[in-house]
Design a protein around this ligand. Structure first.
Ligand SMILES: C[S@@+](CC[C@H](N)C(=O)[O-])C[C@H]1O[C@@H](n2cnc3c(N)ncnc32)[C@H](O)[C@@H]1O
Length: 319
C-alpha cells in the first residue's frame, strides 16, 4: 500500500457532521485523527478558513495524513499533533487552539492499524503480539501475556473484555507460556478460542481477549476518563456553545461517555437522600442524543467495521 493511502472508512460520517455542524472559520479538534476521514470532512465543511487540530498517538497515522492533506497543512488549516488525547488541553494550547467549537473522538483503532499484522491487533493474520497504538510505549501485549499473574490476566479479560471464560483462558495461558513464550497473535488466538466452536461470520471467540489486552496495553479507559473534562473546558473556552461527538465501539467506553454526559447535563448531583442540594453543581452540557445513535443497516453492509459503533453528542451551555 502506498504510504499516502488509508484503508480506513470513516464511521457515521454524516451523523457526526450533523451533530458537530462545522461552519466556515470554526476551530475543531479531531482527537483521533486515524486515516483523516472525519478531519477531511471537517475541513471541507469549515472551508475556506476553518481549522482542525488532528491528534493521534500513532505517528504512522500522522505520517499518512501529512502526505495526503499537505495542502491544508500548508494553508495552516490543519495542524497535526502527535500525542495522547488524554493530554488534549496541553496539545491544544501548544497548537494555539485555546478555545474550539467542536471536538470529535472516534475511539479505538483504525483499519490501517487492524490490517497491519505487524501491529498485532488482529488474529486473522499472524503477527507479533504488540497492540500498542503508540509504538513508543514501553509495555506491549507480549509483555503482559508473559509476565502478568494468572489472576491479573483473568482480571484483565473479565474487566476489559467481559469474557465469561476469563479464568479458564488465563489458566491456559499460564500453562502454555511455561512451555514457550507467547509472542504471536495466532498463538494467543488459538489458546483463547480452544474448545469453542466458531461459525464463519460470527464473532470470533478470541475477540474479547484481544479487546481486553488492547485496552490494558493502551490504558484506553483511563485515557477516555481523562479527556472528557478537558473537552468540556476547551469548548467552554471557545464560548460558542460548541459541540462534542464521541463514537465508541464497546459498552465499557460507552458507559463512561454516557455517565459523563449525564453528570454534566444535570444541575444537582447530590445523592438522592440529601434533603437539600449541597453540591452546587450546575449543568454545563445539553445532551443532543437522548439515546446512542447507531449506524444504518446500509452503512454496516458497506463497512462491517461500523457494526458496533455508537455515537453520543452534546452541546455546551453558556451562562
Ligand atoms: C477509529 S480510528 C479514527 C479514524 C478516523 N476518525 C478516520 O476517519 O480516519 C482511531 C484512531 O485514534 C487513535 N487513538 C486511539 N486512542 C488514542 C488516544 N488515547 N490518543 C490519541 N489517539 C488515539 C488511534 O491510533 C487511531 O488512529
Amino acid at each position: 500500500m502506498n504510504r499516502e493511502q488509508t484503508q480506513h472508512i470513516p464511521v457515521m460520517l454524516d451523523a457526526v457532521m450533523e451533530y458537530l455542524r462545522p461552519t466556515p472559520g470554526g476551530h475543531y479538534i479531531d482527537g483521533t485523527l486515524g486515516g483523516g476521514g472525519h478531519t477531511s470532512e471537517l475541513l471541507r465543511l469549515s472551508a475556506p478558513d476553518g481549522c482542525v487540530l488532528g491528534i493521534d498517538t500513532d505517528s504512522r497515522a500522522q505520517e499518512r495524513v501529512k502526505a495526503r492533506l499537505r495542502e491544508e497543512i500548508a494553508q495552516g488549516r490543519l495542524v497535526l499533533s502527535h500525542g495522547n488525547f488524554a493530554d488534549m488541553e496541553r496539545l491544544a494550547r501548544e497548537a494555539n487552539f485555546t478555545g474550539v467549537e467542536g471536538i470529535l473522538l472516534d475511539l479505538g483503532f483504525s483499519s490501517d492499524q487492524m490490517d497491519d499484522p505487524q501491529r498485532g491487533f488482529a488474529f486473522s493474520a499472524d503477527g507479533p503480539l504488540d497492540m500498542r497504538l503508540n509504538q513508543d510505549l514501553a509495555i506491549n501485549a507480549t509483555d503482559i501475556v508473559n509476565s502478568a499473574s494468572e489472576e491479573e490476566l483473568a482480571d484483565i479479560f473479565w474487566r476489559y473484555g467481559e469474557e465469561r471464560r476469563s479464568r479458564l483462558i488465563a489458566r491456559r495461558i499460564v500453562r502454555e507460556r511455561e512451555k514457550q513464550a507467547i509472542t504471536h497473535t495466532g498463538q494467543l488466538a488459538s489458546i483463547a478460542a480452544a474448545g469453542v466452536p466458531y461459525k464463519h461470520g460470527a464473532i470470533h471467540p478470541a475477540t474479547r481477549v484481544f479487546q481486553a489486552l488492547r485496552i490494558a496495553v493502551n490504558q484506553e479507559l483511563e485515557r477516555l476518563e481523562a479527556v472528557l473534562p478537558q473537552m468540556l473546558a476547551l469548548l467552554q473556552a471557545g464560548g460558542k456553545q460548541g459541540r462534542l461527538a464521541i463514537i465508541s465501539f464497546h459498552s465499557l467506553e460507552d458507559r463512561i461517555v454516557k455517565a459523563f454526559l449525564k453528570r454534566e447535563a444535570t444541575d444537582c448531583i447530590c445523592p438522592p437522600r440529601m434533603p437539600v442540594c449541597v453540591c452546587g453543581h450546575k449543568a454545563s452540557l445539553r445532551i443532543l442524543t437522548s439515546k446512542p445513535v447507531f449506524p444504518t443497516e446500509q452503512e454496516i453492509a458497506s463497512n462491517p467495521r461500523a457494526r458496533s459503533a455508537r455515537l453520543r453528542a452534546a452541546q455546551v451551555l453558556t451562562e
